[in-house]
Ligand binder design. Structure first.
Ligand code: HEC
Length: 119
């Protein structure tokens, strides 16, 4: 396979290559003086990223309750009776199709009652 069919296109390609090389040599020199990097410090708002604690319930909640919304969706609710948390977890599972194993539903409801239960 021949890359260049005749002398005319060969010259054309070489000219393009030469201009490209010159261009690459010039651009870094020009931009080096125009670009000055500064360091900025930004304070981001804090939020509840995960459910607190290390219990089985906290682990289950962190495993099954954070894939669609943040922990804040739960933590910002008012304190609720345990039965209401159970309804809520079942609603997530049955209505919204959260993939919560059957044996984890009451574990999570107990946990939510322990951190946000209405006594
Ligand atoms: C499959 C996705 C999904 C998962 C997983 C999920 N949720 Fe939800 N959750 C939703 C949707 C959708 C809403 C409604 C959001 C809206 O109304 O804007 C919601 C809303 C909520 C609310 C607000 C009250 C309400 O009923 O709308 C609470 C509390 C809540 N979820 C708790 C949980 C808990 C606890 C878990 C883990 C057991 C969980 N969610 C897991 C989808 C999910």
């Amino acid at each position: 396979m021949t890359l260049f069919r005749n002398r005319k296109t060969q010259r054309h390609h070489l000219l393009g290559l030469a201009l490209g090389v010159i261009g690459l040599a010039i651009i870094p020199m020009g931009s080096a003086s125009a670009l000055t990097l500064k360091t900025q410090t930004v304070e981001l708002p804090t939020s509840t990223r995960v459910f607190p604690g290390d219990s089985a319930g906290a682990k289950a909640a962190n495993t099954y309750c954070l894939m669609c919304h943040s922990a804040g969706m739960v933590m910002n609710q008012p304190d609720l009776p345990k039965a209401t948390w159970l309804v809520e977890v079942n609603k997530m599972k049955n209505a919204f199709k959260a993939p919560i194993p059957d044996d984890q539903v009451s574990v999570i409801a107990d946990y939510l009652d322990s951190i946000k239960g209405k006594k």
